[in-house]
Design a binder for this molecule. Structure first.
Ligand code: DGL
Length: 273
């Protein structure tokens, strides 16, 4: 069990923000990643569709004998976390609770912004989670689905990118937030432009950091941690070349490769319990 991989799933390259953090902190773990780029964006789809796609990714990863599952996608966390946790026997970790905890630890004025996909903002998952942890917090949500498209096209730097990011984040200007949650796992790939747009007085929160702390705790508690150097396998349902280009840059590993898979025919083994 210990040497089995940890599964990571997202609609696209965004989930690599969690893989990057996990590889830094858990270098001995084997990891397997699936990005469903053929059907991206998830953020503009109904929650029921996202839940169905999340199950297909989870089933693909279950067939790789994973020992834990990280839903490296906020939209899928909002739509499918309770369902996956209830039906799978392995630990399942989402990103919204960790992101909320990190934001509440960061804010001094109790005003937190969340930028995310339309689906995540409409679910109100962040505002509900933060209110449950601290009723005094004021959460301002803003959907920024354009960022997903830009990141998947590897448009992350330069003046044209900055101009668009400034425009999209403009509504946050009067919100007086001191903390901004990157509530879509794609967004940390645009950190520089986002920080420039909101200015130095706003602290950005990447939920990946706290999510990997939770993963680490679960592996230790359940005695699932391993001690020999880990490997990374990557799969995409979309273009291998486009995925590899971003993955190689983001993970700073020029020899990384990915394989294309079709997860729609993935057999559903049903619930573990
Ligand atoms: N990375 C996903 C998230 O965290 C969303 C991207 C998409 O819209 O597919 O919500």
């Amino acid at each position: 069990m210990k040497k089995q991989p940890i599964g990571f799933m997202d609609s696209g390259v965004g989930g690599l923000t969690l893989v990057k953090e996990a590889r830094k902190r858990l270098p001995n773990e084997d990891m397997v990643f699936i990005g469903d780029q053929a059907r991206l964006p998830y953020g503009e789809k109904p929650a029921a569709t996202v839940r169905e796609f999340a199950w297909q990714m989870a089933n693909f990863l279950r067939h790789q004998e994973i020992k834990a599952l990280v839903i490296a996608c906020n939209t899928a966390t909002a739509a499918a976390l309770p369902d996956l946790q209830a039906q799978l026997a392995i630990p399942v970790i989402g990103v919204i609770k960790p992101g909320s905890i990190a934001a509440l630890q960061t804010t001094h004025n109790q005003r937190v912004g969340v930028i995310a996909t339309t689906g995540t903002i409409q679910s109100a998952a962040y505002s509900q989670q933060m209110a449950a942890l601290n009723p005094d917090v004021q959460v301002t949500g803003l959907a920024a689905p354009q960022f997903v498209t830009m990141i998947e096209a590897n448009q992350r730097h330069g003046q044209a990118v900055q101009t668009i990011v400034n425009q999209i984040l403009q509504p946050l200007q009067k919100s007086e937030i001191d903390t901004l949650v990157l509530g879509c796992t794609h967004f940390p790939l645009l950190t520089t432009a986002i920080q420039t747009a909101v200015g130095p007085d706003v602290t950005l929160v990447n939920p990946a950091v706290q999510a990997i702390t939770m993963l680490e705790e679960v592996l230790t508690q359940q005695q699932l941690a391993t001690t020999t150097p880990g490997t990374l396998r990557m799969y995409t349902t979309g273009s291998v070349a486009a995925f590899e280009e971003i993955a190689q840059q983001w993970l700073a590993q020029p020899d990384l490769t990915a394989q294309q898979v079709d997860i729609q025919k993935e057999k559903n083994d049903g619930p573990d319990r």
